[in-house]
Design a protein around this ligand. Structure first.
Ligand SMILES: N[C@@H](CCC(=O)N[C@@H](CS)C(=O)NCC(=O)O)C(=O)O
Length: 232
């Protein structure tokens, strides 16, 4: 059984997509990051960087007791290895997945996260920051669009790299992007978004969505962006 520590955000959706795709047995433990659950000591033992997602696999293949993991990229790789699904066997194809997954966790996620921050959440309007991250987001969408010009998925066949990219790219409107500039990305979003398993993952997310994150209360803003240091 996979114990999933989760909130319905892009990084959270990556894992519910994988779990729904593979029908692995899992249980969700909601971590309300607006309330500050991510700073609770029990959660920090699993996720020392105080972020969701995190998992505990109660039955890892080595049989040596529960195994906990944080960081969405590591979790996706682990689950792909455990199930032997959505990760190619052949070495060249496997490294295509590795490159695009790394691209997502190192660039696409963090830059789009800053885009959300300065365009939506920042308490003051900072034109330089808004422009910098909106422009960088556009550059990354161009990279993705070029990659998808002659293939349906970033590594050829549907993989954990696509499961990592989709939940971020689906918010192109919030990121002040014009999707008509990226027609291959538009097709990609339709293709992945029409999968029943992906729809199911988002339906599950709805059950845990507590507030409209566009309208956070001051104390919620403080919890999420107030630079709180996790205490043990
Ligand atoms: N690099 C991490 C990023 C995870 C992350 O940023 N999670 C956010 C939600 S999408 C979070 O838990 N934020 C809570 C906080 O910053 O206190 C990953 O890919 O798992």
């Amino acid at each position: 059984m996979i114990q999933l520590y989760y909130f319905p955000t892009p990084n959270g959706h990556k894992i519910t997509i994988f779990l729904e795709e593979t029908k692995l047995d899992y249980k969700i433990h909601p971590i309300d990051i607006l309330k500050g659950d991510q700073f609770e000591s029990e959660f920090l033992k699993i996720s020392p960087n105080n972020k969701i997602p995190a998992i505990v696999d109660t039955e890892p293949k080595d049989g040596e007791g529960p195994l906990s993991l944080f960081e969405s990229g590591a979790i996706l790789r682990y689950l792909a290895q455990k199930t032997e699904r959505f990760y190619p066997q052949r070495i060249r194809e496997a490294w295509e997945v590795e490159q695009w997954l790394t691209w997502q966790v190192a660039h696409f996620g963090p830059m789009l996260g800053q885009n959300h921050h300065f365009n939506i959440y920042a308490p003051e309007q900072l034109p330089y920051a808004k422009e910098r991250y909106t422009r960088e987001t556009s550059r990354l969408y161009s990279v993705l669009n070029n990659r998808l010009r002659d293939r349906d998925f970033v590594a050829g066949t549907y993989s954990i790299a696509d499961m990592a990219i989709y939940p971020w790219a689906i918010s192109w409107e919030r990121q002040k992007q014009d999707l008509s500039m990226y027609p291959y990305v538009a097709d990609y979003l339709n293709l992945i978004g029409s999968r029943p398993t992906v729809k199911k993952a988002y339906e599950i997310g709805q059950q845990y969505r507590r507030v409209d994150t566009n309208q956070m209360k001051p104390e919620e803003w403080q919890t999420l962006f107030g630079n709180k240091i996790a205490e043990k």
